[in-house]
Write a protein that binds this ligand. Structure first.
Ligand code: EPZ
Length: 421
C-alpha cells in the first residue's frame, strides 16, 4: 500500500518530459516473443505492468533485462508455453500474450485474466479472432487451452474495435499462411506502434490507424530495435493536474496529434493550450468553465482513460459538466472519493453530472484503479489543505515518477511506501 501525501494550493510551473507509453510498450513486449533473437526497446517507462510483462517473458524462458529506460529481450529459445495464474493476474492485459504464444509455439495455456476495477474484462473477441485464424480453443474451469498446428490467414470482423483483440489478431496473423484482414480494427496510436515493430521484424502489414489492417504471414528476423512513443494518457494527466492547480506547464516529447479531443476540451474550458509536434504548453489562470458534454469513444474519440482526469479538472468550473462513458461499466469508481473533497457529482449509469463548486477541501481518499487514483491526486492538487490518497499499487501500474514530476513543477506531494520500478 502506498500513501500519497498531497497539499493543494500551489500553482504548477515548469516543464517535464512525458514517459514512454504503457499501452504501446506492453503489446510490443508480448510481440517480441516472435523475434528469433534479440529486441531492444528504448524510452520504456518504469511501471509495475512493464515488470509483470517482463516476468512473463522470463517465465517463458526468454532473457529480459532493463538498463535504465532500455529493455533488452532475448527470445532465441523460449522453453514454455504456459502462463500461471499468478502471473496472468499481475497485469490486467496479460491476455495479449495469447497471440504471440500461438504464433511462436503453436499452443498456449493461460488462466482467464481477472476482471478489474473497471468492470468485467471479457476476451470473447480475442478468442473469436484466434479461432478464425485456425486455433482450437478450449475454455476450462482453470483457464484456456489454445492449440494451432498451423494458423491460416482469415478475414476477422471485430464487432467492437477492441484494442487488445486487434493486437492479438495482428501478432497471431504474422504466423498464419496467407493474408489476414482485420475489419473494425482499433485505431489507437499504440496499434501503429505495434505495426511498426512487426514491420521491423519483417512483417508485411499495413492499415494500422485505420479500421482495416492487412497482415501477411512471415518468418521473423533476428533483431529489432524500437523507441517507444510518449504516453498520451500520461500527458493528458499532467495537463489536467495543471487545470486543477492552475499554472503554466510545458510537456516535452508529447504528441498533440494523439490527444486532440483532450486538448480541444481543455481549450473549451478556458485553458490556454499551444501545441506543436513533440511539445504541448498549457496556461491556466482564474476559474475554468464547464466543457460541452465529454463523451468517451474508441480512438480517435475522447479516450476513456483520460475521463477521470478531466472530471477532476471540472470540479470547480462554472456551470454543469456532463460525462458519458461508453467503454467501461466501472469507470466512475473515483466519483465517490472525489465527493469527499467536496465535489458535487451525480452518477446515473454511464452518465456523470458534475456541478462546479467554489472550492475543495483536503480529505483522506482511497484509489479505486489506475486512472481514478491519478484523478484523486490531481483533484487534491486543487483542494485547500492536505489530502492523503491510499493506493494499493494502482497508480504505479501506469505512471513513471508521477510524484517526482509533479514535485518538479512545484506541487507539494510525496509518496510513502510502495514499490519503485
Ligand atoms: C486497452 O484495454 C487499454 N489497455 C486500456 O487502457 C484502454 O482503456 C482500452 O484499451 C480502451 O479501449 C492497454 O492497452 C494495455 P478493449 P483493452 O479491448 O484492450 C470490450 C489504462 O488505463 N471487450 O479496447 O482491454 C471491453 O469490455 C487501460 O491504461 C469485449 O467485449 O480494451 C470494453 O468495454 C485501462 N470483448 C471495450 O470492449 C473483448 O474480447 C474496449 O475494450 C474485448 C473487449
Amino acid at each position: 500500500m502506498s500513501i500519497w501525501h498531497v497539499t493543494g494550493g500551489e500553482r504548477l510551473r515548469g516543464s517535464l518530459r512525458i514517459q514512454g507509453s504503457k499501452n504501446a510498450v506492453l503489446p510490443v513486449i508480448a510481440a517480441s516473443l516472435l523475434c528469433s533473437s534479440e529486441t531492444e526497446l528504448t524510452n520504456c517507462p518504469r511501471l509495475s505492468d512493464v515488470e509483470a510483462a517482463m516476468d512473463i517473458l522470463r517465465y517463458l524462458g526468454c532473457q529480459a533485462e532493463r538498463d535504465g529506460d532500455v529493455l533488452t529481450i532475448g527470445s532465441a529459445s523460449p522453453s514454455r508455453c504456459d502462463i500461471p495464474r499468478d502471473l496472468m493476474h499481475r497485469m490486467r492485459s496479460s491476455v495479449i500474450f495469447l497471440g504471440p504464444m500461438l504464433a511462436r509455439f503453436g499452443e498456449a495455456h493461460v488462466s482467464v485474466p481477472g476482471g478489474c476495477e473497471l468492470g468485467p474484462r471479457p476476451i470473447d473477441l480475442h478468442l473469436q479472432a484466434l479461432r478464425l485464424l485456425g486455433a482450437e480453443i478450449r475454455e476450462e474451469p482453470g483457464g484456456i487451452v489454445c492449440q494451432a498446428a498451423r494458423l491460416r490467414g482469415a478475414e476477422i470482423p471485430l464487432t467492437l474495435p477492441s484494442v487488445g483483440a486487434t493486437e492479438n489478431a495482428m501478432i497471431a496473423a504474422c504466423a498464419a499462411e496467407g493474408e489476414t484482414v482485420i475489419y473494425n480494427a482499433a485505431r489507437e496510436p499504440e496499434i501503429e506502434t505495434l505495426q511498426e515493430y512487426l514491420r521491423l521484424l519483417g512483417a508485411q502489414i499495413s492499415g494500422a490507424g485505420s479500421p482495416v489492417i492487412r497482415v501477411n504471414g512471415f518468418t521473423p528476423r533476428e533483431h529489432a530495435g524500437l523507441r517507444i512513443p510518449p504516453d498520451r494518457i500520461a500527458a493528458a494527466t499532467y495537463l489536467c493536474c495543471t487545470a486543477c492547480a492552475g499554472g503554466d506547464v510545458d510537456l516535452l516529447d508529447a504528441e498533440p496529434d494523439h490527444m486532440a479531443p483532450v486538448l480541444e476540451t481543455l481549450e473549451a474550458m478556458g485553458c490556454a493550450v499551444t501545441a506543436r509536434p513533440g511539445h504541448v504548453h498549457i496556461g491556466v489562470s482564474g476559474r475554468l468553465r464547464a466543457p460541452g458534454a465529454v463523451v468517451t469513444r474508441p480512438y480517435p474519440g475522447f479516450p476513456t482513460d483520460a475521463a477521470p482526469l478531466l472530471m477532476a479538472a471540472c470540479l470547480k468550473v462554472t456551470g454543469p459538466a456532463v460525462f458519458i462513458e461508453n467503454i467501461f461499466s466501472g469507470r466512475y469508481r473515483h466519483a465517490e472519493e472525489l465527493r469527499r473533497l467536496g465535489a458535487d457529482i451525480t452518477i446515473r449509469g454511464p452518465l456523470a453530472m458534475v456541478t462546479g463548486v467554489e472550492s475543495l477541501h483536503g480529505a483522506n481518499l482511497t484509489s479505486p484503479d489506475l486512472r481514478g487514483g491519478a484523478a484523486l491526486v490531481a483533484a487534491a492538487l486543487g483542494a485547500e489543505g492536505p489530502s492523503l490518497v491510499y493506493d494499493d499499487g494502482h497508480i504505479r501500474r501506469g505512471y513513471d515518477g508521477l510524484e517526482e514530476s509533479l514535485r518538479g513543477l512545484g506541487a507539494q506531494i510525496w509518496c510513502e511506501g510502495g514499490e519503485r520500478y
